[in-house]
Design a protein around this ligand. Sequence first.
Ligand code: PEP
Ligand code: MG
Length: 586
Amino acid sequence: MQTFKGIKIVNGIAIGKIKFYKVPVYEVNENLINDIAAELDRFEAARVKVQQQQHALFEKEVKEGRKDTAGIFEAHELMLDDEDLIDSCKEIIGESHTAEYAVREGFENAAQMFRDMNDPYFQARSADVIDLKNSMLDVLFGNDTDSLQGSEPSILVAEDLAPSETVKLDKNLLLGLVTRLGSSNSHTAILARSMNLPTLIQCPDVEESWDGRFAILDGYNSCLHIEPDQETIEKLTAQHEDDLKKEAALQELKGKPSVTVDGRKVRLYANIGGPKDIKAVIDNDAEGVGLFRSEFVYLNSKTDPTEDAQFAAYKEVLEKLAPRQVIIRTCDIGADKTIDYMQLDKEDNPALGFRAIRICLSRVDFFKRQLRALLRASAYGNLGIMFPMIISKWEVLECKKILDECKAELESEGVKIGDKIEIGIMIETPAAALCADELAEEVDFFSLGTNDLTQYTCAIDRQSANLERFSDTHHPAVLRLIRETIEAGHRHHTWVGICGELGADPSLTETFLSMGVDELSVNPKSILPLRGNVRKTDLSKLAKPAAAPVKPAEPVKPAPAPAPAHAPESAAKSEKPKGFLGRLFS
Ligand code: PEP
Ligand code: MG
């Protein structure tokens, strides 16, 4: 048995074979070749094969009722028949180049031609050409991208995984996840938590030769055992069975209210990435969706999703989860969530760069496509719209103005829109937290994005593997900003939730409740454990609450949850309570 250490992201035990996830690298041979006819044949065979693949995708989408995405694959099939594209590739091969070289150059030239066009529609088509280029290279290099994950359930081991790769993994085939790189606050880690997948990051020993070997991932002890001995197998199998029993016991909390012993209610909502998570919301008895990361709809798509494609995704979620509230965050792309077809420039500091609302307010047509899709979907359920990465009031005003324009357009087209849509913003920058009073006047709710709030407050890049030691998710500065945001929100009858990962931290439940938080939105698997926690909490027994939530006078907006009965109007700061509450005063 060999044992390797890492940093655990998700507890739990995974038992099975390792599958090493190896991303294909295309090293195109640039040497000249002699057998031009053979290369022309290879090119033609690849073209036909990719065309067949696109046709199969087209048929699958039609069968599953997704006309919009079916149209994309149909267009891809036609592109592969384009005589200019085919001739230009054949011409390059005729100059004694390999088929791979010809595809790389020919398709790149075609993509550039689209990029140079003025019409945004044609510009966006360059991404389709690049997508086809990659598919052609996959075939020419003999890479079967579908088999990256293998066909049997396994512990996936990788150097690193981008959110766009993680989101495409088949969850039914995933027992656990181990990476050499990664950080605990990255989106890949968040996805692993949402799948409740035993996960280890920063395991320096990861190597390809582990592929196919039997292993046990022990999330509790942050290690991976390869070819474990009998004693380890028995011990960890028993623990795994125990975990399954505990999970089964949590089912009893379904249908029970999320209320403390002393009667303080909190709404427990779920964080999701798209329609595929609807089942998890229902199975885990979430009371709503507090964060639908709509960018995963974009990450899952090979091309910029059309208004209709987005509408279909939002409608499905709203309709199936009605009457629960579903808060959809507008596209939060950028930083670690990159998409080829968006053609974003490389930046030195992407987390501080062109991302989220900054992209949407700069590419208004792109933004409007999403807002129109959201408004159309609002007729099918209880929608909330949330804008990410806000730092200033003018941004909120501009978002609302564009939203109003979309509403007016749709109304003039006779399209039905839901009559009550709550509007909110994410508080995930110190700027927003410190200006919360001013911002609260403009919105119905705040949602604290503690992942970014921690990153920006502590100047800790959430992607960096080297900063784990310095990263403190319970940093008093972050906790203080959370408390002040809740207080500011309540002063303006704006309800306040937390949708960052901190919301699911059981050691902070009591702290957040005593601050007066109205909603906690967490990965679906954390709902029932959190409900258990809330139901065990008795705020009246707290020595001194961290801060009193401000009770609104006459609510003009949906009323925030009432302040705990015991909470004094202003926290006595002379006595320092212990633990996290104490840290708030430090
Ligand atoms: C956050 O920043 O806390 C958040 C919820 O958004 P994301 O993790 O998607 O950046
Ligand atoms: Mg964020």
